[in-house]
Write a protein that binds this ligand. Structure first.
Ligand code: CO
Length: 147
């Protein structure tokens, strides 16, 4: 495993739409391992591939010791809402209030290409929504609650 450099706000890669992953090879596994290690080293709870400069629909999320790897995630349903503070490893030193769904159901693939489905609530749902937005070039402050 290796640490990757985290791209900072202002770099155009953060504003582009990522491409679907079609090849599930060792390189994808290494990317996921590196992203997880990089996220932990930066004390974050999620990281998306554009944040390490790659326009691939790949994200990792870890909340309270529960670790998830998402390849080609799609939110198929959502319910409720929650408002709370968010920050981003690509936007250091800032935090804004964002409204997110309380509960989401996601279809995604794992590093081997297996198709999975999961339901996430509360902060885990917030973290997923934040990371999946990165895959469409959206940063959390685009959705910040106006003060
Ligand atoms: Co972020």
């Amino acid at each position: 495993m290796a640490l990757r450099d985290i791209v900072k706000d202002g770099n155009p890669v953060l504003r582009k739409k990522s491409r679907e992953v079609e090849v599930f090879d060792e390189k994808l596994g290494k990317l996921l391992d590196d992203m997880h290690e990089t996220m932990i080293a930066a004390d974050g709870c999620g990281l998306a591939a554009p944040q390490v400069g790659l326009l691939k629909r790949v994200a990792v999320v870890e909340v309270d010791g529960d670790y998830f790897e998402f390849v080609n995630p799609v939110i198929i349903s959502q319910s409720g809402s929650q408002q709370g503070p968010e920050g981003c490893l690509s936007v250091p030193g800032r935090s804004e209030e964002v409204i997110r769904p309380y509960k989401i159901t996601v279809i995604f693939q794992d590093r081997k290409g297996n198709k999975l489905k999961g339901t996430f609530e509360d902060f885990l749902a917030r973290a997923c929504c934040h990371e999946f937005d990165h895959l469409d070039g959206i940063l959390y402050y685009d959705k910040a609650v106006k003060k």
